[in-house]
Design a protein around this ligand. Structure first.
Ligand code: ATP
Ligand code: MG
Length: 297
């Protein structure tokens, strides 16, 4: 596995220019995607976006592309179906741009595009459309000009919505919990990224594979999975590991981000570190804060 992925890793970790660069869109778009359910995609997307806004000073847009609506719930968003134009409308060509769906949140520097319950059905309708993989990419153009970073929470599969997120994105962050199934899902996702590059000429960088739900009490399994990740994907694996942290689950249930729930909890500390690491990996800011340099040293 290590050998077959080594060329891929070199290509995917390159610190090349922005996709579609040449004075084009301003925001970096980052899809948080994984094939397996429950690995922490939404927890990662929400808390990373909050940390980008709060600690990295980035104008951040969080876009919920999963019809389950967990992002809205995690932020206690009041926006529900039928408010205005929905993401489904935009994807199906009935709205002009994602820009029309942007709502402010209670967190300074963070805006939200909520999902809608029709997204699962929309995914089926998209299957018959020409250029179905590029609808979000087209609809996100104006929104890109207003933000520094756009974070997309993807559904737990590699269907049309996730493909749309990947073709709209410059980079992809892949949460992987401590299970062999999740590791297999990472391989499948990286395969899709390769296919997009080869067949659709769209280059998505891998911003990182994030080990999630790392449980010290389950040391043997954790060590085996971590070794498997390192052997297979080396530098693609983020330094930051997200531990099992009850604050993350409780915060999500209370509709707050983990920093407002308990900024000193292991989950909050880890997501703040992850935001810093990803901001550095994607060159979202010019100079990393001193704390990152110390940690990296
Ligand atoms: N590091 C963690 N420690 C403890 N609980 C966690 C952690 N990460 C996520 N959880 C909890 O696990 C559940 C699943 O997490 P989450 O919703 O982020 O996964 P997901 O990959 O988005 O799931 P889905 O595939 O359904 O979209 C949630 O209840 C969440 O609060
Ligand atoms: Mg989710």
């Amino acid at each position: 596995m290590a050998g077959s992925w080594s060329d891929t890793i070199r290509r995917l970790t390159g610190m090349g220019g922005r996709a579609g660069s040449g004075g084009g869109p301003r925001a970096r778009v980052l899809a948080v995607a994984a094939q397996k359910g429950g690995v922490g995609k939404t927890t990662t997307a929400v808390n990373l976006a909050v940390a980008f806004a709060r600690y990295e000073g980035l104008r951040t847009l969080l876009l919920d592309l999963d019809g389950q609506g967990h992002v809205g719930a995690a932020l206690a968003s009041q926006f529900t179906d039928g408010d205005t134009t929905t993401l489904s409308d935009v994807l199906l060509g009935h709205g002009r741009d994602v820009d029309e769906l942007v709502h402010p949140t209670r967190i300074a520097g963070l805006w939200l595009v909520p999902s809608d319950k029709g997204l699962a059905a929309t995914e089926g309708i998209l299957a018959g459309r020409i250029g179905k993989e590029f609808l979000l990419r087209g609809a996100i153009r104006r929104a890109r000009e207003r933000f520094d970073v756009v974070v997309i929470d993807c559904p737990p599969n590699l269907g049309n919505l996730t493909l749309n997120a990947l073709t709209a994105s410059d980079a992809c962050l892949v949460p992987c919990d401590m299970s062999v199934l999740a590791m297999g899902g990472v391989a499948d996702l990286l395969g899709v990224v390769e296919t997009l590059r080869d067949r659709l000429d769209h280059d998505v960088r891998i911003a990182g594979i994030v080990p999630t739900r790392v449980d010290r009490r389950n040391a043997r399994v954790t060590a085996a999975v971590m070794e498997g990740l390192d052997t297979a994907w080396g530098d693609l694996v983020c330094r930051t590991r997200i531990p099992v942290s009850s604050a993350l689950a409780r915060a999500q249930m209370d509709g707050v981000n983990v920093f407002d729930y308990d900024a000193t909890s292991p989950g909050a500390v880890a997501y703040r570190e992850l935001a810093s690491e990803v901001a550095t990996r994607l060159a979202l800011r010019v100079a990393p804060p001193a704390a990152v340099l110390h940690a990296a040293g």
